[in-house]
Design a protein around this ligand. Structure first.
Ligand SMILES: CC(C)(COP(=O)([O-])OP(=O)([O-])OC[C@H]1O[C@@H](n2cnc3c(N)ncnc32)[C@H](O)[C@@H]1OP(=O)([O-])[O-])[C@@H](O)C(=O)NCCC(=O)NCCSC(=O)C[C@@](C)(O)CC(=O)[O-]
Length: 305
């Protein structure tokens, strides 16, 4: 049965911008966050507390968090790989921390410089501290379908990682197709493996669009009852340690699809498109959202008529 509700978990300010070569000033990131919240986004990843040597674009994490005017009821989430990141993050009072592991050993090494087992040892004290401080804890599971270094990933490896994350107290997990190689049935198998440890209410889909499959994969997740969707405005993004992978599925495209299916997101699509246009203009390239491009063209023709 299709879910009657949906929540967008907007990743544009973090996953969307982390890989940008040009420096995006803090005030642009903050403006983007404010516009997204004004459009009705109620949960978003604002930044990450990782090494600035590894990901320079997120080096202004504390400044971003401190500059945001927070709206009550909105969950401001940050990515944290270890206790060092947690200790810096907690000072900025996030509502949620997200640890991030991988179903692929090689990707774990490349992305966070440790094995899957070591990553769990690093995450465990983060999860414990965050829960004790009253924060929510999510985990991203990278490479649940394919890995840029190891190729296809079997569902058993997703099952293994999800079990480890459940054991340390993680409350919610993202099933991520980091390099966008997944197709609907493969993504459903990764979600099925995750469902052995987490309920459908604790799972979000996180699909990159490298092969143009992200919206189809989102629909495949919806058909399994998944209602939390990790998306990126204007289709921004990509992981610096997954070369060639494009951005996440565009928030505008997911919102348009869900609204068309009668599933409310609480998001004002016009305002969302304006937020995506602001950041696309700043980055000096067209939006990666097909819906945004179509509706902007329609707006322009209406203005000329
Ligand atoms: C995880 C580490 C830090 C390990 O990096 P490491 O080198 O193994 O860490 P270390 O403990 O050996 O420390 C080395 C140096 O890093 C510092 N350090 C250590 N930890 C931190 C920290 N938290 N914040 C700031 N600095 C830190 C530490 O203080 C030390 O500084 P030094 O003494 O040399 O000056 C590193 O590998 C790293 O930052 N990796 C970046 C990972 C990343 O951000 N990847 C992109 C996000 S994941 C993603 O996009 C995928 C996702 C989530 O969206 C889902 C999907 O699509 O798959």
């Amino acid at each position: 049965m299709l879910p009657s509700k949906a929540q967008i978990i907007e990743l544009g300010p973090r996953d969307g911008l982390q890989n940008e070569k040009q420096t995006v000033p803090t005030e642009i990131k903050v403006d983007l966050i404010h516009r997204l919240v004004d459009a009705g986004v109620t949960k978003l990843e604002t930044t990450s507390f990782v090494s600035p040597k590894w990901v320079p674009q997120m080096g202004d994490n504390t400044e971003v968090m401190n500059a945001i005017q927070r709206k009550p009821g909105v969950v401001y989430s940050v990515l944290v790989p270890n206790m060092k990141g947690y200790e810096a993050a907690v000072l900025t009072k996030p509502d949620e921390v997200t640890v991030f592991g991988a179903a692929s050993e090689a990707f774990s090494q490349k992305n966070i410089n440790c094995s899957i087992a070591e990553s769990i040892e690093r995450f465990a004290p983060v999860v414990e501290a965050a829960l004790a401080a009253g924060m929510k804890v999510r985990a991203a599971m990278s490479c649940t379908v394919g890995c840029p270094y190891e190729g296809e990933i079997a569902p058993e490896r997703v099952d293994y990682l999800a079990g480890l994350l459940k054991n340390i107290g993680v409350q919610q997990v993202a099933v991520a197709d980091t390099i966008g190689v997944g197709t609907p049935l493969k993504v459903q198998r990764a979600i099925e493996a995750t469902l052995k440890h987490f309920s459908v209410d604790q799972i979000s889909g996180h699909f990159h669009d490298t092969y143009g499959q992200a919206l189809a994969n989102t629909l495949a997740a919806v058909q399994m009852g998944v209602w939390q969707h990790e998306t990126s405005v204007a289709g921004l993004g990509g992981c610096p340690y997954a070369k060639g992978a494009t951005g996440n599925v565009a928030t505008e495209d997911v919102v348009y699809m869900l609204h068309g299916m009668g599933i409310d997101t609480g998001i004002d699509l016009d305002k969302l498109i304006d937020a995506g246009q602001m950041i696309s203009d700043f980055l000096n390239r067209p939006s990666g959202s097909r819906v945004a491009r179509a509706l902007l063209t329609k707006r322009a023709s209406a203005a000329c008529a």
